[in-house]
Design a protein around this ligand. Sequence first.
Ligand code: FE2
Length: 314
Amino acid sequence: MTSMSDTASASPMAVTPLRAGALLDARAADTPARLDLGPVLRAYQAYGAVLLRGLDLDRRGFKDFTERFLDRFMDYVGGADNDRSSAYGDDNTVLTVTGGAVAKLAVPLHGEMFYTQPRPAALFFCCITPAAERGETTLCDGVALWNALPAAIQNRFDAQKIQYRRIYDRDTWHKVYRSDDLAQVEQRCADAGLGLRARDDGGIEVTHVCHAWLPTTAGKAFVNSILPWAAREYVAGMADSEVRFEDGSELPVDMLYEIHGIADELTQNVDWQPGDVALVDNRRFMHGRRAYDDLRRDIIMRLGAAPLEGAAGG
Ligand SMILES: [Fe+2]
């Protein structure tokens, strides 16, 4: 029986630290069903994100493999990308992340569903088909990013929480919440600690107030949805999303560009190969995507409802 230690140089699963996260070489595993999860979880705990190469997972393989880690996955009710669809039959916990209204565009770094509650604790990505060029998923360690921010920026996010406000017209909230029952959606938002205001035109506004960072055992992690929300409002000129400080003041655009620049220096591009799988701690890491042209790009994901067991602090 071979040792599955992830520290010995003779390990069958070599760990290569990346600019953010780590790459694990799982080619020696004879089957994903028997891969020793211990080294994977230890690397996940140490690095916050793990790219597993060599398991050659397909859609079914990804579904089965992720269920070795967790038995509870979230659907995407309440998620902002209302074109997101199931990537595996009628199982609405296996999601496609390509296609929809924003196909091909770059997506700035963000924590998944950080503008709302509940949020996934862990993310699983799987590459079915990479883009021919570009289209990398991006990963950034929120702890490293927080530590790299100037004190003046840290102080602003310590002093004030941020507020996400999403404005949905009637058709959109029916789709996002998969319901046309306002009372039911009000209850759902109240249960999650979200503010909801019904508009005279049949639309709703949903607000969520939280810090821009999360506490972790390694210190504060800058994890939030600020950058894509600001891009949506200030770059794309869309009027359906706003992110502000809690007192309603705008986040200065030059500060946002400064954060974006610092984050980019710390970002790892995931150069996908078919069958790769990535595990990402959504309470420590942000992820995003580089732009691409190839519409064959097919990346799927699952949202883990709980932290990965054996990966405390994640
Ligand atoms: Fe995302």
